[in-house]
Design a protein around this ligand. Structure first.
Ligand SMILES: Nc1nc2c(ncn2[C@@H]2O[C@H](COP(=O)(O)OP(=O)(O)OP(=O)(O)O)[C@@H](O)[C@H]2O)c(=O)[nH]1
Length: 383
C-alpha cells in the first residue's frame, strides 16, 4: 500500500461511524458541542490573549524553547493554536476535525515533541481555557452551572483529541520499528550472502595453487579419494598422469625465479587448455604436476599428453624446456589406492626422466612400462 495515496483517516480506518463510537466512549455528546459553541464569542474575543498566555508559559520550559527553536516557527505555532482553539469552540467534531488532530500528532512526532511535553501543553491549555470560563461567569456572561458544564465538555473534548494524537504517535512508532526491522533483515541477508561468497572464495583459495591456479597438493589427495570412489562405484578406470619438468633448476639458475615462475604459470594454463572438464589438474609441488583423469585409460591419457606437449611447445617461448611423464591406469575392476597410484606413476615418470637425461626431450612411460619419446613411442622394458 502506497501511504501517500491514502489520507490519515483512511489509513487508520476512521469512518464516521468509528468516530461516533469513540465520541460515545468519551461521552462526548451534542450537548457538549453546544456547551462549547456557547462559549465561542467570548473565547474569540480573547483569542490572541489566550494564545499569548499559552506560549508565554510554555516558553518558560527550556525543552519547549529548544523544540520551537526560532521566531518563525513560534509565529506559525501561534497561528495553528488560534485555529485549534477556534475548532474546539466550533461545536463540530467530524472527520475534518479528526484529520486535523491526526495531523497535529504527526507533526509533533516528526519534530520530536515527547508525549510528556505534549501532555503538559494540553494541561496548560485546559488550565487557561478553564480560567476563561471562570471569567465568563465572573463577568456575568454565563451562570455558574453553565461555566461548569463548559469546563466538563472541554475536558471530554481535549481527552478525545489527545487519543487521536497518540494514535498517530504510536502509528509512526510502529512504522519506524517496521522500517528498522526491514533494514535489519536486508542487512542480515546481504551479510549472509557476503559471508557465503567469501567462504566459497576462501574454500576455493585453500584448494588452489597460488601461482598456477591449479589444485594444490592437499586438494589433489582429496579429489583423488573422491574420484577413485566414484570410479569404483561406476566400475570405470581412472588414469593418473604425473610429470616433472626436466632441468628446471637450470632455468631458475640461469634466468632467475621470475622466468621460472612464468614457465610454471604457462604450463598451468596449457594443462587447463589440454584437458576435459572432468579431468583434474593439480600442481603436486615444485615443478611436479598431476592430472587425474576419471573414466580414462592410459590411451586417452597419452592423447592428452600429446595435446599438452604440442600446446606447450607451440608457445614459442625462447626458453626451451621439456618434461618427463609417467602414466598409470587403475581399474576398472580393482582400483588402487591414491598413494599406490601416485607411487606407480611417479616410478614411471622417473623411468622417462632417466631416458631424458640420456637424450633430451619429452619422454613418457605408460602403464605397460613402455617408454617413448614424444611423437614416436617405442617399447622398452622399463621395469
Ligand atoms: N621459479 C620457481 N621455481 C620453483 C618453484 N618451486 C620449485 N622450484 C624450483 O624447481 C627446481 C626443482 O629442482 P629439481 O628437483 O632439482 O628438478 P630439476 O632441476 O627439474 O631436475 P630434474 O627433475 O632432475 O630434471 C628447484 O630449483 C626449485 O627451487 C616455484 O614455485 N617457482
Amino acid at each position: 500500500m502506497l501511504l501517500t495515496n491514502h489520507s490519515m483517516v483512511e489509513q487508520l480506518k476512521l469512518t464516521d461511524r468509528k468516530i461516533e463510537l469513540i465520541k460515545k466512549l468519551f461521552d462526548l455528546t451534542r450537548a457538549d458541542a453546544d456547551n462549547l459553541l456557547a462559549a465561542e464569542p467570548f473565547i474569540t474575543r480573547n483569542l490572541d490573549a489566550i494564545v499569548e498566555e499559552f506560549y508565554a508559559k510554555q516558553l518558560t520550559h527550556l525543552e519547549v524553547e529548544i523544540v520551537i527553536g526560532d521566531s518563525e516557527t513560534l509565529s506559525r505555532l501561534k497561528n495553528s493554536m488560534r485555529g485549534y482553539i477556534q475548532e474546539v469552540f466550533s461545536g463540530t467534531y467530524d472527520q475534518n476535525y479528526v484529520t486535523n488532530r491526526l495531523r497535529v500528532g504527526k507533526v509533533h512526532k516528526r519534530i520530536g515533541v515527547s508525549p510528556a511535553l505534549y501532555m503538559s501543553a494540553v494541561r496548560l491549555l485546559w488550565d487557561i481555557l478553564s480560567d476563561q470560563f471562570e471569567k465568563q461567569y465572573e463577568e456575568g456572561h454565563c451562570s455558574r452551572d453553565e461555566a461548569d458544564r463548559r469546563q466538563r465538555s472541554l475536558t471530554k473534548l481535549l481527552m478525545f483529541d489527545v487519543q487521536f494524537v497518540f494514535e498517530t504517535y504510536t502509528g509512526a512508532l510502529v512504522a519506524e520499528v517496521q522500517k528498522a526491522k526491514q533494514e535489519l533483515e536486508d542487512y542480515a541477508h546481504d551479510l549472509a550472502e557476503t559471508v557465503a561468497k567469501q567462504t566459497k572464495e576462501l574454500r576455493e583459495l585453500s584448494c588452489q595453487d597460488g601461482l598456477t591456479r591449479l589444485f594444490n597438493h592437499r586438494a589433489f589427495y582429496e579429489r583423488m579419494r573422491v574420484e577413485l570412489a566414484s570410479c569404483a562405484r561406476r566400475k570405470e578406470p581412472l588414469t593418473l598422469v604425473y610429470f616433472d619438468l626436466n632441468d628446471f633448476k637450470l632455468l631458475n639458475d640461469n634466468y632467475g625465479h621470475i622466468v621460472g615462475d612464468q614457465m610454471l604459470e604457462a604450463l598451468g594454463s596449457t594443462i587447463l587448455n589440454s584437458i576435459r572438464e572432468t579431468d583434474i589438474a593439480c600442481r603436486y609441488g615444485g615443478d611436479e604436476f598431476c592430472i587425474i583423469m576419471p573414466g580414462a585409460t592410459n590411451g586417452h591419457a597419452k592423447d592428452v599428453c600429446e595435446r599438452l606437449i604440442n600446446g606447450f611447445v607451440s608457445r614459442n617461448d625462447k626458453h626451451k624446456i621439456s618434461f618427463s611423464i609417467g602414466i598409470c591406469q587403475t581399474g576398472p575392476d580393482k582400483l588402487m589406492s591414491g598413494d599406490e597410484l601416485v607411487i606407480a606413476a611417479d616410478k614411471r615418470m622417473y623411468l622417462a626422466k632417466a631416458q631424458a637425461k640420456l637424450e633430451p626431450g619429452f619422454w613418457l612411460c605408460d602403464t605397460q612400462e613402455s617408454l617413448g619419446k614424444f611423437g614416436m613411442f617405442v617399447c622398452g622394458d622399463g621395469g
